[in-house]
Write a protein that binds this ligand. Structure first.
Ligand SMILES: NC(=O)c1ccc[n+]([C@@H]2O[C@H](COP(=O)([O-])OP(=O)(O)OC[C@H]3O[C@@H](n4cnc5c(N)ncnc54)[C@H](OP(=O)(O)O)[C@@H]3O)[C@@H](O)[C@H]2O)c1
Length: 241
């Protein structure tokens, strides 16, 4: 079990689903403080939990929240939306991008100075549908594919400043979001454990459940990952030139 003893963690969308499981797992692993980002009021009996009002689409709230946090070791961009669509309605695509792409970008930029100071880490909760779109959720899939690209760019750009960036390619997990899907689902608790294990093991891309795990070896040895490594090497050479 990976210890995060003494670390400070911030989780967006911490009130339910995978975010809530991550919150409990962080406490279980000995985190010193867990900032729980939520859109509504939130309380928790453990005094290490500090609720933060944090709608990731609200720029002013993101800015204000960053000012109230003194130090941070691990940022987990978990908040997400996912609804069925067929690309007929542009507003649905925009609402997915607002949370799943621009929300991740805004929160990470706001907390980056603290993460640079701690030489910390960012975890972006993505989806297997970032790699191939599920036809019943194309808007969601587009937003997660874009967020994967964002994650890869953040990884290259932040490496020189000592901040590691992890993508989590999550498969079906038993939460409110996956309610419409009739498929075998892993428990959010085991997914949360695998995410912390992946970070502790230094895995750039984490496959935290039984469906996604089947893709891990192929992804890591595949041409897309190889290209990412080549580009990362160029970026690293440039930044030290
Ligand atoms: N469950 C799966 O099968 C699955 C598979 C692949 C990836 N994922 C990803 O894993 C992450 C967690 O998903 P989940 O299954 O736990 O979903 P969930 O049960 O639907 O929970 C979503 C969480 O995100 C929060 N949220 C939504 N919009 C937000 C906003 N604008 N600002 C702040 N918080 C916001 C929700 O807050 P409210 O309670 O206020 O709505 C809630 O806490 C998401 O990024 C999701 O895309 C899930």
């Amino acid at each position: 079990m990976a210890a995060i003893t003494g670390q400070t963690v911030l989780i967006t969308g911490a009130n339910r689903g995978i975010g809530r499981a991550l919150l409990e797992e962080a406490l279980h692993r000995g985190a010193q403080r867990v900032y729980a980002g939520t859109r509504g009021a939130f309380t928790h009996p453990d005094e290490r939990v500090v609720p933060l009002l944090l709608d990731v689409t609200d720029a002013a709230q993101v800015r204000q929240t960053a000012q109230t946090v003194a130090s941070l070791d691990l940022l987990i961009n978990n908040a997400g939306v996912g609804v069925l669509d067929d690309l007929d309605d542009r507003a649905i695509l925009e609402s997915h991008l607002a949370v799943n792409l621009f929300g991740v970008h805004a929160v990470t930029q706001a907390f980056l100075p603290l993460l640079v100071r701690s030489r910390g880490a960012v975890v972006n909760n993505l989806s297997m549908s970032a790699l191939a779109p599920l036809p019943i959720i194309p808007a969601y899939s587009i937003s997660k594919a874009a967020a994967l690209s964002l994650t890869q760019s953040q990884r290259m750009l932040f490496a020189g400043r000592g901040v590691s960036v992890h993508a989590v390619l999550i498969g079906p997990t038993d939460t409110d979001m996956s309610r419409p899907f009739d498929a075998p689902k892993d428990a959010p608790e085991s997914v949360a454990q695998a995410i912390f294990d992946g970070v502790a093991n230094g895995e750039e891309d984490i496959f935290p459940d039984s469906a996604s795990r089947t893709m891990a070896a192929g992804w890591r040895s595949g041409p897309a990952k190889e290209l990412e490594r080549e580009y990362a090497a160029i970026a690293a050479a440039d930044s030290y030139a």
